[in-house]
Design a protein around this ligand. Sequence first.
Ligand code: NAD
Ligand code: MG
Length: 354
Amino acid sequence: MMKTFTERDARPDALAGMTVAVIGYGSQGRAHALNLRDSGIRVITGLRRESPSMNEARNEGLTVMDIDAAVTQADIVMVLVPDEEQARLYRDGIAEYLRPGAYLGFAHGFSVHYGTVTPREDVNVFMVAPKAPGPMVRDEYAAGRGVPCLLAVHRDVSGHTAEVGLAYACAIGGGRAGILQTTFKEETETDLFGEQAVLCGGLSALVSAGFETLVEAGYAPEMAYFECLHEVKLIVDLMYARGIEGMRAGISNTARFGDYTRGSRIIGGTTKTAMRGVLKDIQSGAFAEEWIKEHEAGKPRFNTFMNAWKIHPIESVGKRLRALMPWLCAAAKPTAVPPVSPKWNDDEMKFRVC
Ligand code: NAD
Ligand code: MG
């Protein structure tokens, strides 16, 4: 069982007198900066001079500085820019400005594990990876709770890196839930595998293959969309709250019997063989190398895939059907006026798009 800590295990004064520079103000950056500040920690947000988030961070009452100035003043530097940007940022804007003996933090192990960032020898390196998107990290903290975090130490020069990392995880709310001890290698490889094989790659392929199968067999794309994409959420919500058998307890017996007898015909031995291949590319570094090269070349394949998927029929039918669901429009545009009821046109089969 993984070693799990809570706030009772943290030394309350481990961050006393320390300044944290949070670099980046995206999904994670905003949540970390605000939670740390509300936990009584001195925080500086480090942003590029041209950053569009500058005003947003200032309006939240945060102190915003250029990245080099923020790093110079910090005891802890938390790197919360996209993984593929971290190598250049570390090389040009962090390495030479870090105080001797500073702590360098990450929320994902990619850059350190695959060596795109090689932290200076005198610097302590840890990871605190919340297991939720940034807005949830913030909302849970604000509600007096927290989301579980992973904690890992890559280099411990001071002899205090684990307790500093643990205190950091507590200060963003993780100690109210649970902080699980792992390594940079384990976190990086399982994270990449999960997103490629199951969460993003696997699920998108499963959903679109199901949609295509129904449409190619002559069924209406609207029906295919509802059955193969829209209802994924209902099932995933049940799994998320209750596990797989808990989900099955919440569906009809017909659905449950179909699940037991047909699921392994879809995802069977050949899929697991493919999954092992995907895992091998992650473990060998082949995937990381491919992605870094792709980024350096200006993301040509990335953009080709993106453009091809944008015109997949599941996107156009989805757009029309989502316009029937006002709660989705409200979620996507929190400040927008509530949409008028969508209108159905029998001839064109068109809905008003919000
Ligand atoms: P993001 O894309 O939401 O935000 C990135 C921020 O960095 C933005 O403020 C952007 O303006 C800034 N930025 C972009 N390029 C930059 C550059 N070259 N120099 C300086 N600033 C730059 O990123 P995110 O999703 O918050 O991810 C940050 C880290 O957190 C990553 O390591 C990611 O793997 C990790 N993480 C993300 C999540 C998540 O759910 N989003 C969860 C756990 C861990
Ligand atoms: Mg990931």
